[in-house]
Design a protein. Structure first.
Length: 290
């Protein structure tokens, strides 16, 4: 073998090595963030918002959401975040906590509301920079509710006697073995009205609307996507892909951006139902699409 042939062979081998290294670098560098932000993180918010996980995909907790949104916010390869929402809302406190987590992110956020983004779920969405939804999505249902069950007649008819030894007149408020007194109804109504007013104030601030305007459209009504846009509750009508594309623009990503989904449900916790729960105030919608 002469020198020319030998050097030609070395050149081919060297070329393959260089190409391999380049391919390897481009497959690794995006994940390190050394190439800058190259992806949009999609975080699902599916099911009821609650502190009590049931081990299924029907509930999302603030802890689960915190882990996901923190991961996205701290990932240097992520340039923007999309919240993929299909939720009727849920716990007042949990919804408020998740809303604040969205506000605390350092990256552009876009909410895409699929089938439903109502009550507490809409509160979370309202903290995003933009909201995208479909014409047929269910939006709104702004307000608060406490739901109690009075089984006193059933207990009496069944011969069931329940005795309550309590330290104060209202200690067993909301217990299923008796109905509410007028004073108790007034007490709970005051709490609901107060939380509902705070809810509407947050919506007004997040959406840059006047409080009086939000009051005027917040009687608990549910709007479809197009009507919600007319009422300034959402910004754009579009698909999930449209929302992700829009987020990529807010994050100044190239047209060759990647999408990464960050799961919010570990499915590891089995909740135990507590029959003696206190009345819980909710930002929750009970109506579902058939």
């Amino acid at each position: 073998m002469d020198d020319k042939t030998k050097y030609f062979g070395y050149g081919i081998i060297g070329g393959f090595i260089i190409i391999f290294v380049i391919i390897l670098l481009f497959s690794i560098l995006p994940a390190t963030g050394l190439l800058g932000s190259t992806s949009v993180a999609v975080i699902p918010i599916y099911g009821e918002i609650s502190y009590d996980s049931d081990g299924t995909n029907q509930i999302i907790t603030p802890d689960e959401f915190q882990k996901a949104i923190t991961e996205a916010d701290e990932d240097p390869s992520v340039g923007a975040i999309v919240l993929d929402i299909n939720s009727p809302g849920g716990s007042t406190v949990a919804s408020n906590e998740m809303m604040q987590m969205v506000k605390n992110t350092s990256k552009p956020t876009v909410a895409w509301i699929g089938e439903s983004g109502t009550s507490g779920a809409y509160l979370v969405a309202s903290a995003c920079d933009e909201i995208v939804t479909t014409n047929s999505s269910m939006i709104g249902n702004i307000g608060a509710i406490i739901t109690l069950t009075d089984l006193s007649k059933y207990y009496n008819k069944s011969g069931i006697n329940i005795y309550s030894i309590k330290s104060g007149e209202y200690k067993d408020i909301g217990a299923s073995y008796r109905n509410l007194s007028s004073n108790e109804t007034s007490m709970l109504q005051k709490i609901v009205d107060h939380d509902s007013d705070n809810f509407k104030a947050e919506i007004a601030k997040n959406r840059n609307l006047s409080k009086s305007y939000v009051d005027s459209i917040s009687n608990g009504e549910i709007y479809d996507g197009s009507e919600a846009k007319d009422k300034k509750l959402v910004d754009k009508i579009g698909s999930k892909k449209d929302a992700i594309d829009y987020a990529s623009k807010l994050g100044n990503l190239s047209s060759y951006y990647e999408t990464k989904t960050i799961n919010t449900n570990s499915n590891l916790f089995l909740g135990i139902e507590n029959s003696n729960k206190l009345p819980v105030i909710n930002f929750k919608t009970f109506l579902k699409n058939s």
